[in-house]
Write a protein that binds this ligand. Structure first.
Ligand code: FES
Length: 103
């Protein structure tokens, strides 16, 4: 089932917004022209990433303890890379001028 999230015209680099759909907590982001839809949960200690800091080259830093993740791969950066789960990614879906997700 397609769930609309945002009009394409509203997306821009730096965009970052949380959504709750059914039992899913999601975070939609755009940086460097790339769009990402991830579970809004840090794999470290389950803190929401709603206010996470966008970093250059697709990085995202959780503000709770400062761990940075690579959005394209979902992996944590640095020494915890092999100890933490990856960010959970959801495939984006499009319907006309609207971006959403199939759940
Ligand atoms: S909960 Fe995100 S870095 Fe600890």
């Amino acid at each position: 089932m397609f769930y609309p999230l945002e009009k394409l015209a509203k997306l821009h680099d730096g965009y970052q917004k949380a959504f709750v759909l059914e039992s899913h907590s999601l975070l939609l982001l755009q940086m460097d022209g790339q769009r990402y839809l991830i579970e809004n949960r840090c794999p470290h200690m389950d803190v929401p990433l709603t206010t996470a800091e966008q970093l250059p080259a697709g990085g995202l830093r959780c503000r709770a303890h400062g761990i940075a993740f690579d959005l394209p791969s979902g992996k944590a950066q640095g020494p915890l890379a092999n100890q933490l789960d990856c960010l959970k990614q959801f495939p984006l879906a499009y319907d006309g001028d609207t971006l959403g997700v199939e759940l």
